[in-house]
Design a protein around this ligand. Structure first.
Ligand code: PLP
Length: 472
């Protein structure tokens, strides 16, 4: 492609993006295709000769777009958000143009140094004290794995990597049942073993783990000759937003000298608002914490902010320094690949830099405050609606509910049908979870362009569809 053709297509892609985002609210939120429908339209063999960009672009609209679920739709209330923004998109375009591989300081000093600086901005923004160092990971799953590998090595006196785990003591990791499955996965990949993930019961309105039960579990394990290695506390669990009492959990961790990792993948972004920081009290005593600006801080996937108290423990766990990766003549520079599982790294700091500078912290706070306020308002309306039940109160901008008209035995089946109908309808998109043994519908507010009117429109759609369901 020559420069002028590239320029024309880059402009076309920019125009397409602006038009797409301006009109995304008119589309059904969740893709309305059957499994295999897109695949069947794709030629089984690759083209031997190059095709015209015009044809490729036409197929983007014809073949691909019907199979897309619109995460930037203002009435996307499913899962957790992946709320992007125009400044982030512009930065991603520039990042793609640079196409830099930022594994070492010298493979792009600006990428490393910008990452160090914006991670420190983020640290200040969420109220973590000085003394934490930050790195941008590809995902919260990657950060939690890095944390548990570090915890494993710390518990083994940094001998596990060298000697392997065979014949060593059984390591134990503690978490409530409210943590995300990335914790289960990390325990598995770290070689700790599924059976050594100890579930601590939860209590109270925030469904947080019981610190007394945690303490008792660790003591019992020690007495049984097992080796407690890590506690994973959750700040905003995936199902219903559960928050562990981090301060009390941290006291247990300190008492037993056990590594504490905090998974704040979703809720961490809200910590930029000082009034929500009660939820993270004690996080300053953690060994590491992860949160995802790619969920709720208007920044494109992938961007996971991982803060660690002791970067040396992390790099002693993950850092390998073959001669071909040495930065000659610059000992002591930060090579972020040593902080992460993959070697290669995208230039992820640029989009954060664009977002934070372009909005400023106050505007970012304002958007998150609106999300929380609208979620609370809607939860109040649902609680007051006779045929509906609020099944978990809002924690930040997430709550759950279910349709519970009198005289229906199988409310789980009814609500499963309701979710399907809502998502087939297309005006909004909601997902489900199980809470207290029941099928419940989650509602989280967090999209960049969502307004209060969108939240209310979604509620109108839910009520209308539920009424139709009851009528048969
Ligand atoms: N932790 C929590 C609480 C989550 O909700 C999620 C995903 O939704 C994750 C971790 C995993 O995030 P990632 O996709 O960045 O690995």
């Amino acid at each position: 492609m020559d420069d002028e053709t590239f320029r024309a297509w880059a402009r076309r892609a920019a125009d397409w993006s602006v038009d797409y985002l301006a009109g995304v609210g008119e589309r059904p939120v969740r893709a309305q295709v059957a499994p295999g429908e897109i695949f069947r339209q794709l030629p089984p063999e690759p083209p031997a000769a190059g095709e015209a960009m015009e044809a490729i672009f036409a197929d983007l609209d014809r073949v691909v777009m019907p199979g897309m679920t619109h995460w930037q739709h203002p009435r996307f209330f499913a899962y957790f958000p992946a709320n992007a923004s125009p400044p982030s998109l512009v930065a991603e375009f520039v990042t793609a143009a640079l196409a830099a591989q930022c594994m070492l300081w010298q493979t792009s000093p600006a990428a490393t140094e910008l990452e160090t600086r914006v991670m420190d901005w983020l640290r200040q923004m969420i109220g973590l004290p000085d003394g934490f160092s930050g790195v941008i990971q590809d995902s919260a799953s990657g950060a939690t794995l890095a944390a548990l590998l570090t915890a494993r090595e710390r518990a083994l006196g940094f001998t596990g990597n060298a000697k392997g785990l065979a014949g060593g003591p059984a390591l134990r990791v503690y978490a409530s049942e409210q943590v995300h499955s990335s914790v289960d996965k990390a325990v598995r990949i770290a070689g700790i073993g599924d059976a050594n993930l100890v579930r601590i019961p939860v209590a109270g309105p925030l469904h947080g783990m019981d610190p007394g039960a945690l303490d008792a579990a660790i003591r019992a394990d020690r007495e049984a000759g097992l080796r407690p290695a890590a506690i994973v506390a959750c700040l905003g669990g995936t199902g219903i937003g559960a928050c562990d009492p981090i301060e009390a959990v941290a006291a247990v961790a300190r008492r037993h000298d056990v590594f504490l990792h905090v998974d704040a993948a979703w809720a961490g972004s809200a910590m930029i608002c000082p009034e929500f920081r009660d939820l993270m009290r004690g996080a300053e005593q953690a060994d590491s914490l992860v949160f995802n600006p790619h969920k709720w801080l208007f920044t494109h996937f992938d961007c996971s902010a991982h803060f660690v108290r002791d970067p040396k423990a992390l790099t002693d766990t993950l850092g390998l320094r073959p001669s071909y990766l040495r930065t000659l003549g610059h000992d002591g520079v930060v090579d972020y690949n040593e902080w992460s599982i993959p070697l290669g790294r995208r230039f992820r700091a640029l989009k954060l830099w664009f977002v934070i500078r372009s909005y400023g912290v106050e505007a970012l706070r304002g958007m998150i405050r609106d999300h929380v306020a609208w979620a609370r308002e809607l939860a109040g309306l649902i609680e007051a609606e006779p045929d509906f039940e609020l099944t978990s109160a809002p924690i930040l901008s997430l709550f759950s509910f279910r349709f519970a008209p009198a005289g229906i035995d199988d409310l789980d089946a009814l609500n499963a049908r309701l979710v399907e109908r809502i998502n087939d309808d297309g005006r909004t998109y909601l997902t489900q979870t199980r809470h207290d043994g029941r099928f419940v519908i989650r509602f989280q507010v967090g999209q960049t362009t969502t307004t209060r009117a969108d939240v209310m429109m979604a509620w109108d759609a839910v009520r209308e569809i539920a009424a139709g369901l009851r009528a048969g």
